[in-house]
Design a protein around this ligand. Structure first.
Ligand SMILES: [Ca+2]
Ligand SMILES: [Ca+2]
Length: 458
C-alpha cells in the first residue's frame, strides 16, 4: 500500500468557560503526487458535556455540496463533495470551521479531544485516497491572568514567555494573549512583565489599568546625550539617558535604524540600571530592548545614561552620510505597574561618520602621571597613509616613537607611559608630540603635520 500523503487535521485551540471558539478542519494535500480529492466524509467525536457544536461552515477551498449533522450528542458528521466531482485545489489549510460553545461550568484546565472516528476521502472516480489524521485538542485556559503557558501556575516561566513574545520570538494564541495581558489594556508589554514579576514575588498585583486611580505622574524623558555619542571607525556607541522623578521597574525600548547602514551589537546597561537584566532582539531596522529585574528591584529615579546601544557600520568605507537612528518607542513602568509617560527627544548625532580631515587632539589627562592618551584622526583617502606619532623633549630631541605605520581612516588612540625608547622613565616637565602623515611611504612629506604640548608631573 502506498504511503499516505494527505493529512486531515484539527489544530489545537484554547478557550475559556462559556466562550465560543472556532476550530478548523484542515486538509493538507499540497504535494503533487496526491490524488485529486473530490469528496470528503468525516465522523468526529468530542465530549458534549465540555462543548457543544453551534455551527459548521465551509471555507472558500470548498466549492460544491456541504452539510453537517449531529446524529448523537458528541458526534459530528461533516460531508462535502466538489461541484461535478472535480478535484479541490491542492493546498494546505482549513476546509471547514467548527464553532463550539464551551460549557460555562467546565473546570478550568480541562481539555477535550476532537477525535477523528472515521474519515473518507474520495477521488474523482470513487476510490478512497490514503490519508493520515491528526486529532485536535480543545484546551480550557486556566482562567488565571498571567498563566501564559497554561500549566495552572503563575511563575517565572510565564514571565519568560511574555518576554519572548514582546521580543517577537514567539507568537501567542488568543488565549495566551489574554492571559499575558495582566493589566487588561489590550497590549502585552513591559507593564505586564513587571506586573507578573510582582505577582510571582508577592510584592503586589497587576491591576487592570482601568482600575488604577488617576493620579498625576510627572513625565520622564529619554534622549541620547549627543556629546557622548561617538562614531569611531566602523562603530557607533549610542548612549541612552533617562530622566525620571519616579523609580522605574521596567523599560521597553524600540530603536529604529537604517538596516542597510547599521548592524546592532550587544547593548550594555550603565549607571543606575547596571543591576537590571536586559534582553533584546533586532530585525529589519527594529531593535527591541527590554530592561527589567526578576528580583523586583527597580531603576532609581534620577537622570543620566542607563544604556549604551552599539552599532557596527556596514560598508563603512563607502558611507559618508550619518545613518538614521531614532527612539521609536519608549515604555516606562513605574511602581504598581503604572505607566510613566515619557517624552522622547530626537537623536542628534554629533560625531562624524568618518573624519574628513587630519586631527591631532589634546592629550588627556594633562598634566599627567604616569600615562596619557593621545587621539588622532585619519581622513578617508584612496590609499592608506603612513602615519607617525613621536614624542620630543622641549629642546627638540626625539624621546619616543609611538606610531610609525600605515593607518586606516578613523579615530585612533595611542598611549604614552612616560618612558623613552629604552624603557627608562623620563624626567618631569614639558614634552611635545607631533603627528606627521602623508603619502603612502615613510617620507611623510607634506600631507599633515601638527604638534601639541603636554606636561609630565611627578
Ligand atoms: Ca504558568
Ligand atoms: Ca497589558
Amino acid at each position: 500500500m502506498r504511503e499516505a500523503q494527505v493529512i486531515v487535521a484539527i489544530p489545537d485551540a484554547w478557550s475559556l468557560p462559556g466562550d465560543t471558539v472556532t476550530m478548523t478542519l484542515n486538509i493538507d494535500n499540497q504535494t503533487e503526487r496526491d490524488d485529486p480529492i473530490a469528496a470528503f466524509q468525516s465522523h468526529l467525536t468530542y465530549s458534549d458535556t465540555f462543548a457543544t457544536v453551534l455551527d459548521v461552515q465551509p471555507t472558500p477551498r470548498i466549492d460544491g455540496l456541504f452539510d453537517w449533522n449531529i446524529p448523537d450528542p458528541g458526534r459530528l458528521i461533516i460531508v462535502f463533495a466538489t461541484s461535478e466531482l472535480e478535484a479541490i485545489a491542492s493546498g494546505t489549510g482549513p476546509v471547514a470551521e467548527i464553532t463550539f460553545e464551551v460549557n460555562p461550568s467546565v473546570t478550568v484546565g480541562d481539555s477535550t479531544r476532537i477525535h477523528f472516528d472515521r474519515v473518507v476521502l474520495s477521488d474523482t472516480v470513487g476510490i478512497a485516497i490514503p490519508l493520515r489524521v491528526q486529532d485536535g485538542t480543545l484546551f480550557l485556559g486556566t482562567g488565571i491572568k498571567g498563566d501564559v503557558n497554561m500549566d495552572g501556575e503563575v511563575d517565572v516561566l510565564d514571565a519568560v514567555w511574555m518576554i519572548n513574545y514582546i521580543l517577537e520570538r514567539i507568537e501567542f494564541t488568543t488565549f495566551q494573549f489574554w492571559a499575558a495581558d495582566c493589566n487588561e489594556d489590550d497590549a502585552v508589554d513591559i507593564l505586564d512583565v513587571v506586573g507578573i514579576i510582582n505577582v510571582i514575588l508577592g510584592l503586589g498585583t497587576c491591576p487592570p489599568t482601568s482600575s488604577l486611580a488617576k493620579i498625576a505622574i510627572s513625565p520622564a524623558s529619554i534622549w541620547s546625550p549627543g556629546e557622548e555619542a561617538e562614531f569611531t571607525h566602523g562603530r557607533l556607541e549610542l548612549p541612552l539617558a533617562i530622566r525620571s522623578e519616579h523609580d522605574m521597574t521596567g523599560i521597553q525600548l524600540i530603536l529604529g535604524y537604517d538596516p542597510t547602514a547599521l548592524h546592532p551589537q550587544a547593548p550594555q546597561l550603565r549607571g543606575r540600571a547596571s543591576h537590571m537584566k536586559l534582553d533584546h532582539e533586532w530585525a529589519d531596522g527594529r531593535w527591541v530592548i527590554l530592561i527589567y529585574n526578576p528580583d523586583g528591584t527597580s531603576i532609581p529615579a534620577g537622570s543620566g545614561s542607563i544604556l549604551t546601544a552599539s552599532f557596527s557600520m556596514r560598508n563603512s568605507k563607502s558611507t559618508t552620510q550619518r545613518p538614521m537612528i531614532e527612539i521609536s518607542e519608549a515604555l516606562l513602568a513605574g511602581e504598581g505597574c503604572r505607566e510613566i509617560p515619557v517624552d522622547i527627544y530626537p537623536i542628534n548625532l554629533k560625531g562624524d561618520l568618518q573624519p574628513e580631515t587630519w586631527v591631532l587632539e589634546q592629550n588627556y589627562p594633562n598634566p599627567f602621571n604616569p600615562t596619557t592618551t593621545i587621539i588622532y584622526s585619519v581622513p578617508t583617502t584612496e590609499l592608506t597613509p603612513w602615519v607617525s606619532l613621536k614624542i620630543y623633549n622641549i629642546v627638540g630631541q626625539e624621546v619616543r616613537t609611538l606610531v610609525n605605520e600605515r593607518k586606516a581612516p578613523g579615530r585612533h588612540r595611542a598611549t604614552w607611559d612616560g618612558k623613552d625608547e629604552e624603557g627608562r622613565k623620563v624626567s618631569s616637565g614639558v614634552y611635545l608630540y607631533t603627528l606627521s602623515a602623508g603619502g603612502t611611504s615613510r617620507d611623510l612629506q607634506g600631507e599633515f603635520r601638527a604638534t601639541k604640548r603636554m606636561v609630565l608631573v611627578k
